[in-house]
Design a protein around this ligand. Structure first.
Ligand SMILES: Cc1ncc(COP(=O)(O)O)c(C=O)c1O
Length: 184
């Protein structure tokens, strides 16, 4: 990146004091110089803490499909949190959401999860239970979440990882994240 990142680097150094590699998901680590720290978003754009503006092609990997800080979404979220945010129990609104998903997708039922990791863990478990088979196929060089079953060959830059479990975890990190001693 060629723009100024003074605050980004300061905050990233602070983050690394408290969070491994300064990120809470492996894919957020883009290297020592380029790992972004976002301050805000509006529509198709996000701004980092140095006020650099970017087009956001990821949109939270899906959930931000209407764009950042959409007024109607904000209004509904602000209204909903007045009644509390977490009960560790089913709520009417999630039943409504599940019903809407099934209507939109044609699926019989859905299980909602907070992360892609959880969703894939559920999917694997259901597939294994249903088929009675242990083995599954994972795409080479693709990331499918932060759990041991799929934490190997998670990066397209390095496809030939050895069979050692520790190596698998290292290989699942972005290339710049791996220690120089990591096996290839
Ligand atoms: C295909 C795929 N599966 C799983 C995940 C993991 O999602 P999460 O970071 O929400 O656990 C990702 C995240 O990038 C993904 O792209």
């Amino acid at each position: 990146m060629s723009h100024t990142q003074t605050k980004t680097h300061q905050l990233f150094n602070k983050a690394k004091q408290y969070i491994p590699y300064g990120v809470n998901s492996n894919f957020r680590y883009w290297g020592e110089e380029d790992t972004p720290i976002m301050a805000r978003g509006a529509g198709a754009y996000v701004w980092d803490v140095d006020d650099n503006r970017f087009i956001d092609y990821r949109l939270g990997f899906g959930p931000i499909i209407l764009g950042h800080a959409h007024p109607e979404v904000n209004r509904r979220v602000a209204a909903a949190i007045q009644d509390g945010v977490l009960f560790a129990a089913t709520t009417p609104i999630e039943i409504e959401l599940a019903e809407r998903f099934t209507r939109m997708t044609g699926m019989d039922k859905v299980r909602l999860s907070n992360t892609g990791t959880e969703a894939n863990m559920h999917a694997l478990r259901i597939a294994r239970a249903y088929t009675g088979r242990e083995k599954f196929i994972k795409f080479e060089g693709n990331y499918h979440g932060n759990f041991d079953y799929v934490m190997f060959s998670g990066s397209p830059q390095r496809l030939n990882c050895s069979a050692h479990a520790a190596t698998h975890i290292v290989c699942a990190l972005p290339k710049a994240c791996r220690p120089p001693s990591a096996p290839t």
